[in-house]
Design a protein around this ligand. Structure first.
Ligand code: 13P
Length: 246
């Protein structure tokens, strides 16, 4: 099935008002990109970015599963929508590791975000030790099974991002063969979970995607885009990745 590619940036804990110019430059280029483009920003920048780049998809990097309540420091789906966001990441490995988020937490977050009307990018990926032990595929499939929302009404609003932890911010990237093996296994599991809709869900690759390796990664079967960290922080690095997705 032909799926329109999605290239999403994850700014992590980077970005001040001065960086809004990068959002505007990316949003201008996105109009003629021929693929979907989005930027997931720190919560503090979301509303200003939406005002600076009207109509361009701005996302959060995490969301709480509850509508509201005594959850100091957290942000709900209603709050992200209120700020103008149209999507959110859930289950990034940096949150799973540093904040102790479980698959069950991630599933609840994905379900709450979809129900509220946010598009969702759900992250999964194995550690270096798991890859070295030869257990990457079964480990990531188990993570997927336990993190997936119970239902996905509109597959165009839900994506899975395969991000091997050892490839994030390291400059190391799996071989195209290893990426293809993982994405094909994930595709099988999405179809098993959701039937035909599982074929329409985009599977992004994330981890040290750069202008220099984007084209060969995008050419791999069942790679439907990328979730980009460091190289999404400025338009000069990010635009060639978007161009490679055409
Ligand atoms: P890098 O592109 O900096 O490796 O980060 C990937 C990532 O974690 C995106 O969510």
């Amino acid at each position: 099935m032909a799926r329109r590619k999605l290239v999403a940036g994850n700014w992590k804990m980077h970005g001040l008002a001065a960086d809004l110019a990068e959002v505007v430059a990316v949003s201008n280029a996105a109009r003629t990109a021929g693929c979907d483009v989005a930027l997931c920003l720190p919560a503090t920048l979301i509303e200003r970015a939406v005002r600076a780049a009207p109509g361009f998809p701005i996302g959060g990097q995490d969301v709480h599963q509850a509508d509201k309540g005594a959850h100091t420091g957290c942000v709900s789906a209603a709050m992200l929508l209120d700020a103008g966001a149209s999507l959110t990441i859930v289950g990034h490995s940096e949150r799973r590791e540093a904040q102790g988020e479980t698959d069950a937490n991630v599933k609840a977050k994905a379900e709450a975000a979809l129900l509220a009307g946010l598009d969702v990018i759900l992250c999964i990926g194995e550690s270096d030790a798991v890859r070295e032990a030869g257990a990457a595929v079964p480990t990531v499939l188990a993570q997927l099974d336990a993190s997936l929302p119970a239902s996905v009404a509109d597959p165009s609003r839900f994506s899975v991002a395969y991000e091997p932890i050892w490839a994030i911010g390291t400059g190391k990237v799996p071989s195209v063969g290893d990426i293809g093996e993982m994405h094909s296994a994930l595709r099988g599991r999405l179809k098993a979970a959701y039937g035909e809709a599982g074929d329409a869900i985009r599977i992004l690759y994330g981890g040290s995607v750069k202008a220099s390796n984007a084209a060969e990664i995008f050419a791999v079967e069942d790679v439907d885009g990328a979730l980009v960290g460091g190289a999404s922080l400025n338009a000069t690095d990010f635009l060639p990745i978007i161009q490679a997705a055409r």
